[in-house]
Design a protein around this ligand. Sequence first.
Ligand code: PXP
Length: 257
Amino acid sequence: MRASNLRLGVNIDHVATIRNARGGRFPDPVRAAKLAAQAGADGITAHLREDRRHISDEDIARLSAEIDRPLNLEMAATDEMLAIALRHKPHAACLVPEKREERTTEGGLDVIRFRDQLRPYVEKLNAAGIRVSIFIEPAPAALDTARALGAPVVELHTGSYCEAYLEDPAGARVRRELQRIVDAAAHAESIGLECHAGHGLTFDTVTPVAAIPTIAELNIGHFLVGEAIFSGLDSAIRRMRALMDKARAAAVGGASG
Ligand code: PXP
């Protein structure tokens, strides 16, 4: 479905990374989440990793209790994470790889290889009313498998596109990687999946992805937290939001009018 409104999920993991570098309580990722909401985030994304290297269990409890935006919990497909998701009932859960062997060569969850292991997690999250997405490479076979597993949403991994841009912004590889995302978003629509995207997006790379009218949500974190060092988190999020909105308005307006 074409969406005139593109949602922004702000990932606050790396606020916790900075906090954890010292231990203690500062900077507080929940404060960052509240500020992100004021700056234009439609949702907050947080990845509770098995090793708790950034977000903690307490962060998830506080985010669930204190923020007034939908929480998207990124999680490995493990019994421990499933129990946490079922306890807090976030709006959404995104199944992501954590171990090297769970990834495709590019970085999304190797949904084809792990389909049988993933199935019960998708089923239980669906049954609990938590909107499930699977973080995959922009490849048709991966999308088909996510759909066969019963996930209503896929999140396309934009890492290869962003890496290609850093290598050579005008190079053929960027065009190729972007085309894979465009094609995958069209395929998602054709098989009835809601399509999200994220990983590695910056002010320089967000526009062409935001212009893909069938993408409903972008999840962006690391760059925004880094940019906050220079301009503040509020300003960084507002600028990202403005770039996304401009790209989407041009794409949708251009198509309909
Ligand atoms: N989407 C998913 C599924 C992710 O795992 C991540 C990284 O945690 C992101 C989006 C955000 O990526 P970045 O922090 O590079 O913006």
